[in-house]
Design a protein around this ligand. Sequence first.
Ligand SMILES: Cc1cc2nc3c(=O)[nH]c(=O)nc-3n(C[C@H](O)[C@H](O)[C@H](O)COP(=O)(O)OP(=O)(O)OC[C@H]3O[C@@H](n4cnc5c(N)ncnc54)[C@H](O)[C@@H]3O)c2cc1C
Length: 421
Amino acid sequence: MKPQHWFGEIAVGLKNRCGNSLRKRAVPTRVSENWTGELERGRIVGNENTRVKIVVIGAGQAGLSAAHTLVRKSLEPGTDFIVLDANEGPGGAWRHRWPSLTLGKAHGIHDLPGLELGKPDPEEPASAVVSRYYGSYEDEFALAVQRPYRVTGVRSTRENDLSAPLEITARRADGAERTWTAQAIINATGAWDQPFWPYYPGIESFAGRQLHTKDYCSPQEFEGQRVLVVGGGASAVQFLLPLAEAGIDTLWSTRRAPVFLDREFDMNWGIDVERRVRERTEAGLQTLSVVGATGLALTDEYKRGIDQGTLISRGPLRSITTDGVVFAGVDAEAAGDIMPAWPGGHEHVDVILWATGFKPALKHLAPLKLRSPHGGIATDGARVFVDPRVYLAGYGAGASTIGATRTGRLAGTAAAQFIAD
Ligand SMILES: Cc1cc2nc3c(=O)[nH]c(=O)nc-3n(C[C@H](O)[C@H](O)[C@H](O)COP(=O)(O)OP(=O)(O)OC[C@H]3O[C@@H](n4cnc5c(N)ncnc54)[C@H](O)[C@@H]3O)c2cc1C
């Protein structure tokens, strides 16, 4: 790697939306010595270069892994490629996770290439650990991530010409727009910015509060209220337990009986889930959530939650009213220990917390018309079959930290090869 110098100090973005501390101290920002650009309060906000070879969109696990691969292929950050990120500071989606999601409660954070995460305190919020780790990673490899820039559109500079440069437009929080051109992009925008809200008849009439996983911070915001948590994944369970512990009256709705597996979550489990999701991505089908497909490992804490009745599902919803929800009921055939049979009916609730997952955040790629007739984007893991200028990292089977690292590396390698050809 080329020599580097310390450029400034990241002094902003030290707290997340829930107010928990992300970085314990300001860390210098390292950029390569040929880098010329703008700084604002110590943060990289611009670069004179508007023509680059590759633009990496997103600086989460996938984008950082891709950027690292480009550096290893002797491409220089800031001149040969740039990384744009919509967040205020490092951490990707992890930056926004709620404080009670500690590192020990996460399914495991895979190392980024070239720098180990080490053994942080499992009691520390994952948002703080990962933000610090990604921040150190950006510094270590002088990735000069430019933020906050939200990419709003990627277009071809010539119609129907897959060899034409791409035009990437991004907007900053103050509304200022910038445009870059590049031979290729690596899209690594994750899913956090595209929460999935299901529709039920009457949803618009509900007078209480509705929020999504993305908005959750802590049980304290629900004191004295009856909270319905909707969704059958790990997030739903991780909301229900602390809510019940804080004395909040909860109800749980899942479409099917939740599946608790008496097995430790380990890398083999992750790889197995990835394989199932990958088959869909290659066929251009809509992606399945890796997190959703992971299932629930039956920990002692979850066993206690089942015994105490907190982790017992009332089954699917039929509709929503002004002051509650109507459960469809569970018949004997669908019933099980965790979702017993009952006739359903109306239940009063003050809050509906939708723990219903996320979809890939890809709206800005719409002008490129990458979607197959089946609704997904067909890739070989990173390379988009219908457009050789576009590489996806962290998409489909890549939507876990291990998958994001792997597809980031694949995307970086393939994009570097494409621009060299
Ligand atoms: C609640 C929850 C818990 C999870 N727990 C685990 C776990 O324990 N282990 C695990 O392996 N995985 C877990 N996952 C999956 C996790 O999200 C992935 O592991 C991984 O961190 C995703 O990395 P990524 O780089 O693809 O996306 P992200 O971390 O989402 O990063 C995407 C980045 O792109 C930026 N961005 C988005 N849109 C734009 C745009 N238009 N322009 C510019 N920048 C943009 C975002 O600001 C963000 O910084 C969990 C997911 C959720 C929702």
